[in-house]
Design a protein around this ligand. Sequence first.
Ligand code: C2E
Ligand code: MG
Ligand code: MG
Ligand code: MG
Length: 290
Amino acid sequence: RAKDLGRNCFQLYSPAMNARSFERLSMEAALRHALVRNEFRLAYQVKVDLISGRMSGVEALIRWHHREMGPIPPADFIPLAENMGVISDIGEWVLREACRQCRHWLDLGLPPVRIAVNVSALQFHETDIPDVVGRALRDTGLPPQFLELELTESVLMQRVDEVAVVLRDLRTMGVRISIDDFGTGYSSLSYLKKMPIDALKIDRSFVNDIFGENGSVAEEGASIVSTIINLAHNLRLKAIAEGVETVAQADFLRARGCDEVQGFLISRPVSGEDLISLFDRNLLPAGAEM
Ligand code: C2E
Ligand code: MG
Ligand code: MG
Ligand code: MG
């Protein structure tokens, strides 16, 4: 990098770097207008109860389709939105849209399900979350017990006492809290015990490591997943596994007492309209039943 070449040495031209920074700049410019141009949509992925096989909840996942650049994955633009200082506006839009959609499903007379919304650590710390959530619920008429927030472990690592107060406020309202991508961060077990939360979502990478290449159980991978399930239950939390892609993984998770699963095995994220066909039926594929 130019910076590494010395203090007053500027590297004027590097085609690779220019292509990358150009792409980043145009994505930034586009992201600034994406909200007002109504370019965001939500996709919904079901969570399934491993005992009943029924939909237990739905996770809202943001989608951005740009006219020229096409679909841009959240892993690419969420960090950018954080850097640009627009994550809280986007996050508030997601929250309101998810509440509106969930209220709509209730109004259609579908079996009640909880909707989970991802909240970025930055959004959590820079806004008054209970206030934003309270307004979204009031304006959409969604009862609070139908809302869940997915937070990453990084939220739990800074300003621990303040965070615990905010989470308690949310729980008092009736909103549920789960910890997303659990096991990939560095949250300490003593913080976890202090925090008023409801569920741990086992990260996809661990689910992926339950079985080895040859299809047999991989001892270390399997024991990490079992340990997280037991940890959740010992703390009186629900355990939910994300990124479940095979019947064997679902069977393993059920045998170890995992409460819920989510993943391509059950359904990819779909539109609000397409989700309707997934209500009120057994979603576990044959073979994933004992
Ligand atoms: P996440 O919250 O952990 O969401 C799970 C991601 O895994 C989603 O990717 C989902 O499509 C994908 N996935 C689900 N099942 C499977 C599976 O069986 N196999 C595989 N390979 N992947 C699976 P997506 O939608 O691209 O989102 C990626 C991440 O972006 C999310 O991870 C979340 O951290 C973030 N994100 C998405 N929507 C929002 C949002 O509205 N707000 C914020 N702050 N972050 C969001
Ligand atoms: Mg999530
Ligand atoms: Mg996750
Ligand atoms: Mg994840």
